[in-house]
Design a protein around this ligand. Sequence first.
Ligand SMILES: *Cc1c(COP(=O)(O)O)cnc(C)c1O
Length: 368
Amino acid sequence: MNIPMLDLKAEYALLKDEIEPAVIDALAACQYIGGPNVKAFEAEAAAYAGVKHAISCASGTDALLIALRAIGLGPGDEVITTPFTFVATASTVVMCGATPVFVDIDPRTFNLDLDQVAAAITPATRAIVPVHLFGQPVDLAPLKALCDKHGLKLIEDAAQSFGADLGPKCAGRKSGAYGDIGCTSFYPSKNLSAFGDGGLMITDNDQLAAEMRVLASHGSRVRYHHHVLGYNSRLDEIQAVILRVKLKRLDNFNARRIAIADSYNKELAGLVETPFADGHGRHVYHQYTILSDRRDVIQKVLGDSGIACAVYYPVPLHQQEMFAATHGKLRLPVTEKVAQRCLSLPISPMLKDEQIKRIAGAIRQALT
Ligand SMILES: *Cc1c(COP(=O)(O)O)cnc(C)c1O
């Protein structure tokens, strides 16, 4: 039996008896836009994250775009972020007419290097966008202090970390709930996922919350009156039904991811560099990512054994063609090295113990 990166079929089998009747009820209720499940999901997500406001939208990308627009980001502004992330973290900065400033990452956590962030601040800097990469919380308390000192906004990209605890330095807040705005995605591979696209912005700030609602709804406060350029960005009623079922299981699913990572750590100790959890928050292992100089050999043996694996991310953002003109000459050695050595192994709440053993066995075979 092949082992996929993410076993959505097993998850569907587990949840279908609860999801299917709820979806059919929503179909029959015919309130497809802004319906009761969207409202209920927003309230439940806000309560879960411990924030005043949760505003749903069409994707994680839209969540970032709308958050950046809500803080007034525009031409001439700079946003400091990581080059080791999914493209949307930085493409949304460009969509606002602003410039992403990439700084290097910590070689162990793969998250933003705080010293480099501090060194990159200029009079044009407006915001910092940390990504809790692969589910590992960024050490946000010093980053927040830096933002406060320089009058910058802190926008968390929590697309890979929904449900992660930021740790005692952040008063145990959930990822996304500590910065000015937190953004997440419900893309099917994420820790909390829909059966399609979806996204969410969370905040305690009443004014930013109101502005984001306006931006997500055609820039309109009063229907058919449009005071800013907005978007049509909404979470679908049917996706909201599915997300309500899954939100109840998020903590259990994240706990299972952590247990899987512990098993992998034991099996793979001494063979590869296992993920480094720096301990100030709770890593929720959106990905389980190892480092090895012999990545190619591991990939080949896993492939031959019917086991999926993936390189997240093969090309750091500053080396992407879309940024060639603006960032082509930039060298970020830690990021570039990690991109050559990283490999993500199958992980999902449904991964079985015997599958972990088989995957680890194949890696052992590859390396010995
Ligand atoms: C998935 C992801 C996004 C974008 O979310 P979509 O819902 O796919 O638009 C943004 N940032 C990070 C770090 C992501 O992993």
